[in-house]
Design a binder for this molecule. Sequence first.
Ligand SMILES: Nc1ncnc2c1ncn2[C@@H]1O[C@H](COP(=O)(O)OP(=O)(O)O)[C@@H](O)[C@H]1O
Ligand SMILES: [Mg+2]
Length: 397
Amino acid sequence: MPAYRSVFKDEAKLDINYVPSRLPHREAEIRLLTEFFSFALSTPKEMTQRVLIVGNVGTGKTALSQRFGADITRQAKQRGINLNYIHVNCRQYRGSLFLILNHAVSFFHPTFPKRGFSAEELLNIFLQVLDEQNAYAIIALDEFESMVEKSGAEPVYQLTRLQEARLGRPQRVSLICIMKSLRAIEGLDPSTRSTLQSNIISLEPYRYEQLVDIVRDRVQLAFKPLTVQEETVCLIAELAHSEGGNARFAIELLWRAGKYADAEGFDAVTPECVRKAVSSIYTVARKGDLAGLRLHEKLLLLGLARFFKENDDRAYASLTEVEQAYAVACEEFDLQPYTHTQLWKYLQVLSAMGIIKKGVSSAGHRGRTTLICLPRIPARELERELITLLEREIEDK
Ligand SMILES: Nc1ncnc2c1ncn2[C@@H]1O[C@H](COP(=O)(O)OP(=O)(O)O)[C@@H](O)[C@H]1O
Ligand SMILES: [Mg+2]
């Protein structure tokens, strides 16, 4: 029997959570972050910092922050400074300050009890722990918008004002807030917003040539020599470029294309493997996103999926049609539909995630109206996936 052959040398280097030691084309941003936090290596007691990292999906926000966090804590350690980088995905903690702080405290005390404290108390406990250990923390609040959505300005206010009650005591906690766009914080009160907005690092979508470099770098790390053709790299970069300069899409595509090559027993990852991968990636990639949606976002999407399943010759649905379909889905699960305004917000969320596309009809005789389109997931597949998720979620309640 022939030994199992693979084009991969180290598949883990393509894992979504892997942070490469080098981030091509983000050198300037790393330098800027290092600059903003230079005090942390020289006079950590004296000040704290707040930085915003803003950019679309796949522009490297999470990777940048984590790379920086790992680098600076290593440097701090060499200087005998107890600096800790705590990366929190706010969505994963349902945007709750309480859960986020609980995570932050258990970073230092893994057996810390999960209940019995308010967010306010947790904040004090956290500071106390840092004081006791003479430690400093940089908390990276990734997907920050979900915290603002969930709890509004209050937790942001609490976090940004942390130090004010500690005048004269060592400064301990800095923040990196990571979000897709500054729109997320538009609704906050002006003074909270201005304390946040002083240092902004904006990540532009990657250009084609930059994506080529990123993919090439990852090929070196993850694949055996000469298994990935240059043409393949270019095609991946091309596709990721048209997906909005999205490096995540590129890495995912690279991994999938490799899997196809292995499945077919090829010695090399050909452009045809990429073409196969891209046709499957849309559905699979979105499925992960679906699980993270809120209940009524799922219901809205379910309504939309059904609408397009029943009207399979239609590319667009009107807002009224979407609302009707959503109401039917709510009824099925015995839930009260939300108002028009709330729905509008959900549509923004789904559109920002790229699951749906919003457009405006050309000025016909009925005037301009909003149209909703489901560009890349087959309606049937979306429906099936959502029903599974919804049934599980409602059972859990
Ligand atoms: N400059 C880069 N160099 C190498 N890999 C990158 C770079 N930017 C992003 N990536 C990779 O692309 C993927 C998406 O990046 P990520 O930081 O998750 O984007 P975002 O958080 O902005 O959505 C990750 O696998 C990450 O390692
Ligand atoms: Mg991210």
